[in-house]
Design a protein. Structure first.
Length: 426
């Protein structure tokens, strides 16, 4: 039987995967966002993950004259004849940091409407162990009327996309795979192995693959929390944290983590999924949640450090003008999901500071919709009492920051990347 793939969700994870599979198979990229679909059909990726020329090279209007390629659609009828369904929707947390599986439930119901005997549904969304088989599969069964592991099957292959990274692209990152039966596990593994040049690792079960993914980001979160705590300690001692880390890094097995704001759709979210699942089994996580609390506090901490330095320079805080350079969650990427710069901005505004946000990468409409903040992609033509480098966009490193500063202005470097003299850094 020939393979035809549907990728459900065409965001930072789904589009690169769909594009890659489309080089070898017929692929339907499905998304409910019509604006997104229209943009992709025109050959442009607003997330900037796929160059326009690369995207355009795989786009098709239909499969009549093309054995392979990518058809982008919001019409469920277009995925009805697929036999592999790969779900790549986001898995956020709610305002109380509890896992929100709504996107998974809805996408599972969509797939269930067209599910047929013999089909395989693979989930890539980051979840806690058990979600695929205990939460998603029941939705598939209820909607389709089919029986799991008899009529249809499931797989799991956690995404490892790093937004904005043009070196570690999807095909160059080793893929973990798993299936609901040994035979299906092999089929899922073979599917990914056919396009992933870095290779695959077939896990013994879906739960093992789910757990492997969620601890990847939890581990990074804990390590970053450790160096964030070091930064707080060394700042009290008037010691340069980055100099300390550079010295310690001369030992071959010292892990090179740096202090910073932990945002984005993975590291700042995934640990809550594992902690929530552990709590359901009667275990209250200590290290994982302690790391989360510390990292979540860093926005307020950065703001307090900025204000202290402004006071030391004799700058009147209430009514001061401050320029925040960057709003995205990481450098050289337009992704603003769960960015912690907004925490810094909010705290600074609480002090009565007038904050102007400049970011050439971020879509002002997206920031306004998500956070209610006004931002600009054009460098403001004025001088400020304080300038804060929040995101290490390459474009910022080439700026002459002196033209943005008053004679007694304060400069703070959150990322520790500026070569010029700064008043403070994290």
């Amino acid at each position: 039987m020939s393979i035809k793939i549907a990728v459900i969700g065409l965001g930072y994870v789904g589009l690169p995967l769909a594009r890659l599979f489309a080089t070898k198979y017929p692929v339907v990229g499905f998304d409910i966002n019509m604006v997104r679909i229209e943009g992709l059909r025109s050959g442009t990726d607003s997330t900037l993950e796929i160059p326009d020329t690369v995207l355009q090279s795989v786009l098709v209007d239909n499969f009549n004259n093309n054995p392979n390629g990518l058809l982008c659609s919001n019409n469920i009828d277009d995925i009805a004849d697929c036999n592999y369904y790969i779900v790549t929707v986001p898995t956020p947390v709610d305002k109380n940091n509890r896992p929100d599986l709504t996107p998974l439930y809805k996408s599972s119901a969509t797939v269930g409407k067209v599910l047929k005997k013999g089909d395989i549904v693979i989930y890539e969304s980051t979840v806690y162990p058990g979600v695929t088989e205990e939460e998603c599969v029941p939705v598939l069964e209820k909607t389709s009327g089919l029986k799991f592991n008899i009529d249809f099957f499931a797989g799991y292959s956690p995404e490892r996309i790093n937004p904005g990274d043009k070196e570690h692209t999807v095909e160059k990152i080793l893929k973990v795979t798993a299936g609901s039966t040994p035979e299906i596990g092999q089929k899922v593994d073979d599917l990914y192995k056919s396009v992933i040049t870095a290779g695959t690792h077939l896990a013994p079960s879906i739960k093992v693959a789910e757990a492997a993914k969620v601890i990847e980001n939890s581990q990074r979160d804990i390590n970053i929390a450790f160096v964030n705590e070091l930064a707080k300690i060394f700042n009290l001692m008037d010691i340069d944290t980055h100099a300390v880390l550079e010295a310690a890094g001369t030992k071959w097995n010292f892990l090179p983590f740096k202090p910073g704001l932990v945002g984005g759709h993975c590291i700042g979210v995934d640990p809550y999924y594992l902690a929530q699942r552990a709590q359901e089994f009667g275990y209250h996580s200590e290290i994982i949640l302690a790391g989360r609390r510390l990292n979540d506090s860093m926005g307020e901490y950065v703001a307090s450090q900025v204000v202290k330095l402004m006071i030391k320079k004799g700058i009147t805080i209430n009514g001061a003008d401050l320029l925040m350079l960057g709003i995205t969650f990481k450098e050289n990427c337009p992704d603003v999901r769960n960015t912690k710069i907004v925490d810094v901005v909010s705290a600074l505004k609480d002090y009565g500071i007038n904050v102007t946000v400049y970011d050439p990468w971020a879509n002002p409409a997206a920031v306004k919709q998500e956070y209610g903040l006004e931002t600009s992609t054009v460098l403001p033509n004025q001088k400020f009492d304080a300038v804060v480098l929040g995101v290490a966009h390459t474009a910022f490193l080439d700026l002459d920051l002196s033209v943005l500063q008053n004679t007694n202005s304060m400069l703070y470097d959150v990322k520790g990347v500026l070569d010029c003299k700064v008043d403070g850094k994290l």
